[in-house]
Design a protein around this ligand. Structure first.
Ligand SMILES: [Zn+2]
Length: 132
């Protein structure tokens, strides 16, 4: 699921959460690309995306190679202000910890320690839901 070399290539985009906002349709493109995925426009402006958002979807994996923490929850988050990001959740013990629509924050955490190398990347940390 996680393409580690890709993360290193796209370091600026991924670690700093830089996206490209389309000046035509306002879609936030992430990771960085040359044309808008929604309308094909090349008029894109680099923006700082929010580090908070809400869970759109998730899955929880229990059967993985030994270098991964288990269970491993992976999901898609819609960032506040636009842009979607797919990554792992951190500090998840079971499916019960996750709900669609719950608020999360993007944090940098260890992804894997394959072959004695440490790999870091963005993960989603659940924020306490605000009580209104
Ligand atoms: Zn567009």
């Amino acid at each position: 699921m996680t393409d580690l070399p890709y993360i290193w290539r796209e370091k600026k985009s991924i670690f700093q959460l830089k996206g490209l906002k389309c000046l035509k349709c306002e879609h936030v493109n992430y990771p960085l690309r040359r044309v808008c995925v929604e309308c094909g426009s090349q008029e894109l402006e680099e923006i700082q995306m929010s580090s908070t958002g809400k869970v759109l979807s998730f899955i929880v994996n229990h059967y993985l190679p030994k270098e991964f923490d288990k269970p491993l929850a992976i999901g898609v988050v819609e960032l506040d202000g636009g842009g979607r990001l797919m990554s792992q959740f951190t500090e998840i013990k079971s499916e019960k910890d996750l709900k669609i629509g719950m608020p999360v924050e993007v944090v940098i955490r260890r992804m894997s320690d394959k072959d004695g190398m440490l790999y870091y990347g963005p993960k989603f940390k659940i924020l306490q839901e605000e009580t209104e």
